[in-house]
Design a protein around this ligand. Structure first.
Ligand code: 5RP
Length: 212
């Protein structure tokens, strides 16, 4: 189902464009698909060291985000997505760079298998990237918001920071929560993508890919 969703995203790739690339097992299928038209695109902007290595290995040019003013699409997966296309992301640790590349792009194409759709987000622990010296302070602030933060052991992000995974949240107003958590001193990024949600969702199911 992830493979079907990844390959379905290929039709959104425009010739001679630069494509925004996310991170994760579903995106890896999209990267495989993109290889089939690598001569027809200028290159990509990548959201993680892991995706960059994979892209370089197959000979797709990777541009620095600072060199690129416009991307027509950003293709990425999600850990949870609700009916209004708000997402939890960051299970694979790349949330900050994912948010940056998504912000540059006109359209966010979200590729998922059917396990990612939920009515209310929060069963998947919400990742928050935090400056290491702020870990305890941010943790206390997240408890005040009703969550149960858990330090992701042994995990250092591509930006040299740590991740707190916040359990036991029931996310009703995703935009408000995104803004509140982003406003805590020491938070680099929260893995809520609500102010900039998905524009197109391609969901791989047993009966094919459903677009919404
Ligand atoms: C990485 C992410 C991924 O998009 C998310 O974790 C989904 O991953 P997968 O496609 O492997 O299920 O946000 O930071």
């Amino acid at each position: 189902m992830k493979k079907a969703a990844g390959w379905a995203a290929l039709k959104y790739v425009k010739k001679d464009s630069i494509v925004g690339i996310g991170t994760g097992s579903t995106v890896n299928h999209f990267i495989n698909a993109l290889e089939t038209m690598k001569e027809q695109i200028k290159g990509v902007v990548s959201s993680s060291i892991a995706s960059t290595e994979r892209l370089k290995k197959i000979g797709i040019p990777v541009f620095n985000a600072n060199e690129v003013a416009y991307l027509n699409i950003y293709v990425d997966g999600a850990d949870e997505i609700n009916p209004t296309n708000d997402m939890i992301k960051g299970g694979g640790t790349a949330l900050t760079r994912e948010k940056i590349v998504a912000a540059i792009a006109e359209q966010f194409i979200c590729i998922i298998d059917d396990s990612k759709k939920v009515d209310v987000m929060g069963s998947f622990p919400l990742p928050v990237e935090v400056i290491p010296m702020a870990r305890s302070y941010v943790g206390r602030e997240l408890v005040k918001l009703g969550g149960d933060p858990c330090y992701r052991e042994g995990c250092i992000t591509d930006n040299g920071n740590i991740i707190l995974d916040v359990h036991n949240l029931k996310i009703i107003d995703a935009k408000a929560l995104e803004n509140k958590i982003n406003a805590i001193a020491g938070v680099v990024t929260v893995g809520l993508f609500a102010n900039r949600g998905a524009d197109v969702v391609l969901e791989g199911t047993l009966n094919g890919v459903i677009k919404s």
